[in-house]
Write a protein of this length. Structure first.
Lengths: 190, 70
């Protein structure tokens, strides 16, 4: 007795009665092989990714089974011939495998989307956050600097100017006095 | 093996052992815009899981959960 997983795809436009009848038929076949179904998940009518036998939708069912090994090939023969079954897939399940229903897959997908949204919002906040202000001293404009420099220079020049002629005047008087003393001196002949 | 932008294997990091063909949200991460399987260099998966992944995607395609092409 091995563990298998079967996924069935039935025609969607049969009606509730006919689908339930086909499901009961297949379950009886499994029962005749002494098999057990211990987990069932009905997905219901669902859109297909591409058209199969001119149908756009399919009725999905998933079962977890326990069957003897020889019964699988006979089950597949019956499913091949059955007219209400579009497609089927039989897989072996690994050890410690727990089947997940469609709702669990949807819940996981929504959680993943929410986490992705949060990360995106956090990333946007970091980008748009105000940057820390850095103090930058403004360089003094050149006109003010030039204006400030000239008034200081003028008083300096004004102070220097009166000093110079006074000194010059003193030097001239000394020179005149020396010249007179040389000219009036009788010993020196010019 | 060098991978694109040094990506690491998604299944080794999250410690996933069995890739379910019914988990369409997980499989869609490894499919391109034109519904082709992403090569190992760009997704960063290890060889062991790339083989299991491609087998799961082919099963999902057979059961019309994922298209073959657009």
């Amino acid at each position: 007795m091995n563990n298998y997983e079967i996924m069935l795809m039935l025609f969607p436009d049969m009606g509730e009665k006919a689908t339930n009848e086909t499901i009961h038929e297949i379950k009886d076949v499994i029962g005749s092989f002494h098999g057990e179904i211990f987990h069932e998940d009905v997905w219901g009518i669902r859109d297909l990714a591409f058209t199969i036998k001119k149908q756009d939708q399919g009725y999905y069912i998933v079962w977890n089974l326990k069957l003897p090994g020889e019964a699988i090939s006979e089950l597949e023969k019956i499913l091949n011939i059955h007219q209400a079954v579009m497609r089927y897939l039989v897989t072996k399940t690994p050890v410690n495998y727990e089947m997940k229903t469609l709702e669990q897959y949807d819940a996981e997908r929504e959680e993943a989307e929410k986490e992705a949204k949060k990360k995106r919002e956090e990333a946007e906040k970091e980008k748009s956050a105000p940057r820390p202000e850095v103090k930058v001293e403004k360089p003094k404009p050149r006109i003010e600097a030039a204006v400030k420099s000239t008034p200081k220079a003028e008083p300096k020049k004004a102070e220097a100017a009166p000093k110079a002629p006074k000194e010059e005047a003193k030097n001239l008087e000394d020179v005149d006095a020396k010249l007179k003393s040389i000219i009036d001196d009788p010993d020196i002949s010019l | 093996m060098a991978t694109y932008k040094n990506r690491q294997c998604y299944f080794v990091e999250n410690k996933i052992n069995y890739i379910d063909y019914k988990n369409v949200a997980l499989l869609k991460k490894f499919i391109t815009k034109y519904n082709k399987i992403v090569p190992r260099y760009y997704s960063g998966t290890s060889l062991k899981f790339q083989k299991k992944l491609s087998f799961a995607i082919k099963k999902a395609r057979y059961m019309a959960l994922v298209p073959y092409t657009t």
